[in-house]
Design a protein around this ligand. Structure first.
Ligand code: UD1
Length: 420
């Protein structure tokens, strides 16, 4: 339950990046021994990835936000449907399993709430490296008697495909080049850890990554980068309440375009070395934006900024270029009095003077955060259902908003089966 109208102020510590931590955890499979990853958010998705590793035979231990992964007995090669169903990013273990064991059996992910999310780019890239695929009973069986380096050009700079191929290539024979690679900071974080483990990688963070395969990897201790999407989410929550919030342990260099857009909307931004202060002195102004792979505006902040623009002065045009069905939450926002029309991958958002509280559903992680942000500015008390989606990506979101002054109260809803 969120009662709107409170101005957010104070400071909030940004956690480790979910989308980095998941891949760093998978990378631990490459080395035999004990890998330690710091600054891992204790969110449902990371717990699920922990279960995936345990299923493969690894020992996984949490101490606060430090995760210890012991792969000494990780001889497994199969990731079952019950885990992939909870989190499709589980397929990221394909790359390291192929590099270490030459085979993997991974349940095929189904659809999800933000689009069909295919894995064809992963598969095609692996095939270039000599991997043979077959599928039966919902499982993808991958075998690579000899994993060899290859030249791979991705049709689209897919984050997951770049990471999966990267983790296979570091253990393949010879040289791999990934062209049209994704450039997200999380990929640089992963490449950084792989290099610490002994991999030879050039160009991570650019559109062409070159990898020279090596024979073995050492377990290391690595710290996850701060979560730019979580930082952006809190920044947008601050802006919609015309608040003033200090984001601690946030990296402005990972949020360039987001901060520019907030600035265009009227926010004042003070970027420090490891912090960002965001304040919004008056009602936001409309801004147009287009989501694109990094360094473009992140699709993972599209729903949250839509909430802000729905109460901005003027009309904004937003174009979603990364996921085909990422406007499904718009109907929920319109139920709160927003005026948003969508056509294909464009949305026209006419800023309203106010939103009004209504019962709404969290349709996915980021759409759920967007509902809560909208509720912070709405008249009355909004009830947000299906919060388990939000728990997949944000640690204690309600408590941290409350610490900034929001009137947020959580009633525990029963989790769906398997998401305890
Ligand atoms: C990752 C992030 C997600 C973010 C997305 C884009 C994780 C765990 N998740 O997801 O939060 O929103 O990057 O920044 O890191 N595609 C294909 N074929 C493929 C792979 C992707 O067509 O084989 C398409 C997808 O359907 C989508 C687009 O490419 O339309 C982007 O997907 P991708 O970059 O792969 O996203 P994920 O790695 O799944």
């Amino acid at each position: 339950m969120v009662s709107g109208g409170r101005r957010l102020s104070g400071s909030v510590m940004v956690g480790g990046a979910k989308n980095s931590a998941l891949k760093l955890m998978a990378a631990a499979l490459l080395a035999e021994g004990t890998t330690v990853i710091e600054n891992v958010p204790r969110i449902v998705d990371c717990l699920t990835m922990g279960e995936v590793l345990e299923h493969l035979g690894a020992g996984v231990q949490w101490e606060g936000s430090t995760l210890t992964i012991d792969t000494s007995n990780a001889a497994g090669v199969e990731t079952p449907y019950e885990l992939v169903r909870k989190m499709r990013a589980s397929i990221i273990v394909l790359g390291p399993l192929l590099a270490r064991h030459g085979r993997a059996r991974v349940a095929m992910p189904g659809g999800c709430n933000i689009g069909s999310r295919k894995i064809d780019l992963h598969v095609r890239g692996f095939e270039r490296m000599g991997v043979q695929f077959s599928s039966e009973h919902g499982y993808l069986e991958a075998t690579a008697p000899s994993l060899r380096g290859a030249f791979v050009t991705l049709d689209f700079p897919s984050v997951g495909a770049t990471e999966n191929l990267l983790m296979a290539a570091v253990g393949a024979t010879g040289r791999t080049v990934i062209e049209n690679a994704a450039r997200e900071p999380e990929i640089q974080d992963l490449a950084g850890m792989l290099v610490e483990m002994g991999a030879k990688i050039d160009g991570a963070g650019s559109t062409a990554i070159e990898i020279e395969g090596v024979d073995g990897f050492e377990p290391v201790r690595h710290r996850t980068i701060p979560d730019r999407v979580e930082a952006g989410t809190f920044a947008l929550a601050a802006c919609i309440t015309q608040g003033d919030v200090m984001l601690e342990d946030a990296r402005a260099d990972h949020l360039d375009l987001v901060l520019d857009k907030l600035n265009d909307a009227g926010a004042q931004i003070e970027a420090g070395e490891r912090s960002i202060r965001v304040s919004m002195p008056e009602r936001a102004l409309a801004v147009d934006l287009v989501t694109l792979p990094y360094p473009g505006f992140p699709t993972d902040l599209q729903p949250q900024i839509m909430s802000l623009l729905s109460v901005a002065r003027g009309t904004s045009i937003l174009t979603e270029n990364v996921f085909e069905s990422r406007f499904m939450f718009v109907d929920e926002l319109n139920r709160m009095g927003a005026d948003i029309r969508t056509e294909g991958h464009h949305a026209v958002i006419r800023g309203m003077d106010r939103l009004s509280a209504a019962p709404v559903r969290a349709l996915d992680i980021r759409a759920g955060a967007a509902m809560i942000i909208a509720a912070l500015a709405a008249d009355g008390t909004t009830e947000v259902f299906d919060l388990y989606h939000v728990d997949r990506g944000y640690e204690d979101f309600d408590a941290r908003l409350a610490a900034l002054g929001a009137d947020v109260h959580r009633e525990r809803e029963p989790s769906p089966a398997g998401l305890a």
